[in-house]
Design a protein around this ligand. Structure first.
Ligand code: NAD
Ligand code: DAU
Length: 356
């Protein structure tokens, strides 16, 4: 099966993964129009997209995925034939201190997008259509020392964040089963790479090491995450969008499990040499702190369905990906300073007026 979108609505394209996807998709598909609908929360930053802002195939719309009238007008005006839905509240820690916005954005916002997509798809404005829900391995809950999440693993979300993503995934399934909407659902493991907001582990480590600040390790540091370069995630999404059977679910991952403490040590050591510090100096910044409540012990993705059905494989090795990522942050200290100080809000306001 092959699907060639002519006009995509990307939600949350000013965030970490969405902006990386826009860069690669525009480069790979110069004939496709992209509309980026993003509310520009604290996590959305138009500086992630400065090099595509003038591309005639690209248009930015500031707005909320929960605004049905706005979503409907974009779908019609742009003759959208594919929605790739990244927009979300994405940080587990924030979902523990403030779960309500996670339900509003991730569950209710997704329902609005699905409903407007259903109306649009049934209105004959476009001949073919896809709705791709970008989800997470966290919907499957937590693994013990062995085993992998497959697409058949029951949903067992443990945090308000993952529960809201699981709720959205079930709505996507329901819109396919009930209305026949041609949906797709991908569930990816932890991403790393450029434009990652420095509240998440890897960019937080890099930022704190550069600034000689403590490196907070939750619990015993033995929780395991399965890391994938964000550009490999983007390439997998493109393959699923263009070639997967509507109604299908695909895990995305690169078989790259790391205990948190091992990642922390690795990043410390790579930055020792780059920052011309003594070997082992950065490890002295490590500080074990109280564990995250409900902290999932281990994630590990079985992505064999994606490889066997659609032929996708990651391109990055972790060694090259993490080294390149560290160098990107060292070379983009202005970007980091902006997002940590909030001055990019001013950049936004200058261009588009007051933020929500
Ligand atoms: P992010 O927090 O960096 O970006 C989220 C974007 O969504 C921001 O630009 C924000 O402004 C926008 N947004 C939030 N609420 C909105 C609303 N109501 N209307 C319009 N835009 C809104 O997130 P990310 O890390 O890029 O994650 C993107 C998607 O990928 C999420 O759905 C997340 O669940 C999923 N995911 C993330 C990872 C990961 O490791 N980061 C892994 C697997 C899946
Ligand atoms: O698995 C995919 C998920 O990965 C995505 O769905 C989420 O959007 C994304 O945020 C990420 O969730 P995690 O909770 O795994 O990522 P985070 O970077 O917050 O934490 C990674 C691990 O590091 C986790 O075990 C908690 C730990 N950690 C995190 C932070 C921020 C620390 O030990 N210290 C920290 O300061």
């Amino acid at each position: 099966m092959s699907f060639t979108p002519a006009s995509i609505l990307i939600t949350g394209g000013a965030g970490f993964i969405g902006s990386n996807f826009i860069h690669s998709f525009l480069a790979n598909n110069p004939g496709c129009r992209i509309t980026n609908l993003d509310m520009l929360t604290y996590a959305g930053n138009l500086k992630n997209l400065t090099d595509v802002a003038e591309n005639s195939q690209y248009r930015f719309v500031k707005g909320d995925i929960g605004d049905a009238a706005l979503v409907a007008s974009i779908l019609v005006q742009e003759k959208v034939d594919a929605v790739v839905h990244f927009a979300a509240e994405s940080h587990v820690d924030r979902s523990i201190t403030g779960p309500e916005i996670f339900v509003r954005t991730n569950v209710l916002g997704t329902q609005v997008l699905l409903e407007e997509s259903r109306r649009h798809w049934q209105s004959d404005v476009v001949t073919d259509f896809r709705f791709l829900q970008i989800s997470t391995d966290e919907v499957y809950g937590s693994l013990g020392d062995t085993g992998f999440f497959t697409e058949e693993t029951p949903l067992a979300a443990n945090s308000p964040y993952s529960a809201s993503k699981a709720g959205a995934d079930l709505l996507v399934r329901a819109y396919h089963e009930t209305f026949g909407l041609p949906t797709l659902n991908t569930r990816c493991s932890n991403n790393y790479g450029p434009y990652h907001f420095p509240e998440k582990l890897i960019p937080l480590l890099i930022h704190n090491i550069i600034n000689k600040k403590p490196l907070p390790i939750y619990g015993d540091g033995l929780n395991v995450r399965d890391w994938l370069h964000v550009r490999d995630h983007a390439s997998a999404i493109e393959v699923v969008l263009k070639t997967a059977q509507p109604g299908s679910v695909y895990n995305i991952g690169g078989n790259n499990e790391w205990k948190n403490i091992d990642i922390v040590n690795l990043v410390c050591d790579l930055l020792d040499s780059r920052l011309k510090r003594e070997p082992g100096e950065n490890r002295q910044l490590i500080s074990f702190v109280k564990d995250r409540p409900g902290h999932d012990r281990r994630y590990a993705i079985d992505a064999s369905r994606l490889k066997n059905d659609l032929g996708w494989e990651p391109e990055y090795t972790f060694e090259s990906g993490i080294a390149e990522t560290i160098d990107w942050y060292l070379d983009h200290q202005e970007w980091v300073a902006d997002v940590t100080s909030g001055t990019y809000l001013t950049y936004y306001e200058k261009q588009y007026g007051e933020r929500p």
